[in-house]
Design a protein around this ligand. Structure first.
Ligand SMILES: [Fe+2]
Length: 205
């Protein structure tokens, strides 16, 4: 076909560690659950803004500076962010992409994280700490959706890169990265078990 795929939107998905990351994951899981018990400001904020769930987004939002376990996660994610930046052909001009925020999300059944993007950041992402079978994935929206005007819908069997939405399954031990302007959401968790993730932002310094 004489067509070009221009302006692709890249999403990066890979296991955090080449070998087993079970030890780190076990420690992260323990700390996520303890944080929910201890972080009263986070409990209050979540009750208002994250009904039924817990997030430390507005309270303990720099976990990589508070906990050696999360700092170890940061070191591991750094490698993936470097790879992703190379794949995006970002000219960083000798400056570094640095983790600025890192927070915990716990989603019991029916908890949802509605459509959003991550302002004031360059690259954002998530690491999956606990992913019950059939729990929600991470749903990305075509960033051109508001310009589609008279465009017909896409065929149900269209290739993933032709569809207006794409869901990356939440898989234990995986890290997912995307450019922070890309809108995404977590649909309601349909299962009776908690989906636990750690999200983060990187900025360019
Ligand atoms: Fe997000």
């Amino acid at each position: 076909m004489p067509t070009h795929a221009l302006f692709p939107t890249l999403v990066y998905v890979a296991p955090l560690k080449p070998q087993s990351g079970q030890s780190l994951n076990r420690r992260l899981l323990r700390e996520c659950v303890h944080l929910r018990e201890d972080d009263e400001a986070g409990q209050r904020w979540s009750a208002k803004n994250y009904p039924g769930g817990f997030t430390s987004y507005n309270s303990a939002s720099r976990m990589h500076e508070l906990s050696p376990t999360f700092a170890e996660l940061e070191r591991n994610v750094d490698r993936h962010v470097k790879k992703f930046a190379r794949e995006l052909a970002l000219d960083l001009d000798g400056r570094e992409l640095t983790m600025t925020d890192c927070w915990v999300n716990i989603m019991p059944r029916q908890v949802v994280h509605s459509l959003h993007l991550h302002p004031l950041s360059t690259i954002s992402g998530t690491y999956y700490v606990q992913t019950p079978r059939l729990s929600s994935g991470l749903k990305f929206e075509d960033p051109r959706l508001d310009r589609f005007m008279a465009a017909p819908p896409r065929l149900a069997n269209a290739k993933p890169e032709r569809r207006p939405w794409f869901v990356v399954p939440a898989q234990l031990g995986n890290v997912v990265l995307f450019e922070s302007w890309l809108r995404h959401e977590v649909p309601p968790n349909p299962v009776d078990a908690e989906r636990i993730s750690v999200s983060f932002n990187y900025n360019w310094f």
